[in-house]
Design a protein around this ligand. Structure first.
Ligand SMILES: Cc1ncc(COP(=O)(O)O)c(C=O)c1O
Length: 387
């Protein structure tokens, strides 16, 4: 198997070679069934030790939604990484792992009452908010908690924007902070999200400009903040090279040092970057067809059982087996296993023609894949192997 996959010019600049060869070795040795997601724990460990390193006074809270596999959470817990959660389901897994509640925060600005009750009971004390309704809920079900306001910031240049659903402008923010204070909550900071898979350094600059204005306005209103939660957004290499963690963090660190008081605490909530490149999907070719002018390739993982983000604009890199140079490179429409026409992963993908039953690997698929997956049409959710 190792010999049948090559690192050619298309993937040389984007693939993590160690993860790639470890994955191939595992496929060779193991008796795996496709589709499955193979995760390189060493790369996650490396990411956990890198993220936050270049931002002074920072703490890292892994966004569990990216991939809630228990073994990943356990690994991160042992590496002293904290967790950002949004729901009872995410809390349940951390509870089962006995994660210290001091290491958990919730940045979903709209939480269910059931979640709030159990989170508070477990000991969580840090929550995001951006509405009066949420303040009322927090005051009732999480009294006295430390709260941070979700500010609206531009998401241009982010492949997975997150700006519409949450966040308020500066004028409303002050009113909300005062309302929180009057209800016995403790406003401690500001949070934003520049959009997931953000490859535009400038987004963080604008977000921190707005944060600075709000920080000063809060001070004038008698509210002294101490935390900036910069959310997630760090990108991974799907089909091209992207900003490095170091470049993003050096920039953020300089801006924070220039603009905010010494000792300002920074919270980082990486999801995609922590696990994305560590995961490789192993899939099998289930069919091929010529339809009009197009060549279609069918594989056993698709939009519903793992590649949901492909319909929102995330482009994956596919690698097919080579058979001693046999099979000419062609442009393919790649589709998943269900009967639904929505289950089309991508178009114009150049691949050497595979045979039915051949394996196709999908790089950088560790984040927002299996966590989104459903068993629609009876198609199996890929097993995860942590290696
Ligand atoms: C509040 C919050 N924090 C962190 C993240 C993680 O973002 P990313 O995966 O881009 O790092 C998300 C993603 O949706 C989020 O909503």
């Amino acid at each position: 198997m190792i010999k049948r996959f090559k690192i050619d010019h298309k993937i040389a600049g984007i693939v993590n070679k160690s993860t790639f060869f470890k994955t191939l070795n595992f496929i060779d040795k193991g008796d795996i069934q496709t589709p499955c997601l193979i995760i390189d724990s060493e790369l996650i460990k490396k990411n956990a030790l890198t993220i936050g390193k270049d931002i002074q006074d920072s703490s890292v809270f892994y966004a569990v939604k990216a991939n809630p596999a228990k073994d990943i959470l356990h690994l991160l817990d042992t590496l002293s990484v904290g967790f950002e959660i949004s729901s009872e389901g995410e809390l349940r897994v951390l509870r089962e792992l006995n994660v210290n509640p001091d290491k958990i925060i919730s940045s979903n600005p709209v939480k269910t009452i059931t979640f709030l009750k159990s989170a508070y009971e477990y000991g969580l004390r840090y929550y995001a908010f951006d509405s009066i309704a949420e303040i009322d809920k927090l005051a009732r079900y999480a009294p006295g908690s430390f709260v941070y306001l979700r500010l609206s910031v531009p998401n241009e240049g982010s492949e997975w924007p997150l700006s519409k659903k949450f966040g308020v402008e500066i004028e409303d923010a002050i009113i909300l902070m005062q309302a929180a204070l009057s209800k016995g909550l403790v406003p401690v900071g500001i949070t934003f999200h520049v959009g997931s898979q953000c490859n535009n350094l400038y987004n963080w600059n604008i977000a921190l400009d707005k944060t600075k204005i709000l920080w000063e306005a809060a001070k004038m209103a008698g509210i002294n903040l101490k935390i900036i939660n910069i959310g997630g957004g760090y990108p991974v290499r799907y089909t091209r090279d992207v900003l490095t963690i170091q470049k993003i963090e050096t920039n953020i660190n300089t801006l924070i040092k220039e603009r905010f008081p010494q000792g300002t605490i920074v919270h980082i909530e990486p999801g995609r970057v922590m696990v994305g490149e560590a995961g490789i999907f192993a899939t099998s070719v289930t069919g091929k067809a010529r339809r009009g002018y197009e060549d279609w390739l069918y594989i056993d993982v698709g939009v519903f059982n793992g590649l949901m983000e492909s319909v929102g604009g995330i482009k994956y890199c596919f690698v097919s087996e080579t058979h001693d140079g046999i099979g000419e490179e062609k442009s393919w429409v790649i589709a998943g296993p269900s009967c639904d026409s929505f289950d089309v992963i991508d178009k114009n993908i150049l691949l050497r023609e595979p045979q039915i039953g051949d394996m196709v690997l999908i790089l950088s698929s560790g984040a927002y894949t299996v966590s989104y997956a459903s068993e629609f049409n009876g198609c199996m959710i890929p097993n995860i192997y942590i290696i």
